[in-house]
Design a protein around this ligand. Structure first.
Ligand code: ZN
Length: 150
């Protein structure tokens, strides 16, 4: 398995979990719309929010990332510098606060990768999803006089 086909690539590069080509986010991490995601992947048409409030579960991933960051910062400070207690508090508040956009985006990328994996033949999937009839298309094919309630 190459790096391009691994989940790690999708997570680190913030790419679509199915095609690894489309971007998960529309803007940069340090902008006002840092959490804005397109409705679908612009390359393979994968819906990024398959159900309402899909990313609620990503807060657990974000929590795990924050805890890992606290432990890493504490360990690095303890081993490298062994500073006074105030420096621990300042660093352990300032660094995670500055990295909030990065952590939130990474947690969403990790979370969506729990549910979708790379598909080498994603072009075929994109074609079939595009041609699936939606509920409104199905209703449109029913003749006017046979619709219930009309
Ligand atoms: Zn895609």
């Amino acid at each position: 398995m190459s790096l391009k086909t691994s989940r790690l690539y999708s997570i680190i590069k913030l790419k679509c979990p199915r095609c690894h080509e489309g971007n998960l986010f529309t803007s940069k991490a340090y902008s006002l719309k840092f959490m804005h995601m397109p409705e679908k992947c612009l390359v393979c048409n994968l819906r990024y929010e398959p159900e309402p409030a899909f990313y609620t579960g990503a807060m657990y991933v974000s929590y795990a990332l924050q805890v890992a960051m606290f432990v890493a910062i504490y360990t690095a400070l303890r081993i490298l510098f062994n500073p006074p207690l105030e420096i621990y508090f300042i660093t352990m508040i300032a660094v995670p606060a500055m990295l909030i956009p990065v952590t939130l985006r990474l947690s969403r990328a990790i979370y969506i990768n729990f549910f979708y994996s790379y598909h080498p033949d994603w072009t075929r999937l994109a074609d079939t999803e595009t041609h699936q009839p939606s509920a409104t298309k199905t209703d449109a094919h029913i003749p006017q006089n046979t619709r219930p309630g009309i």
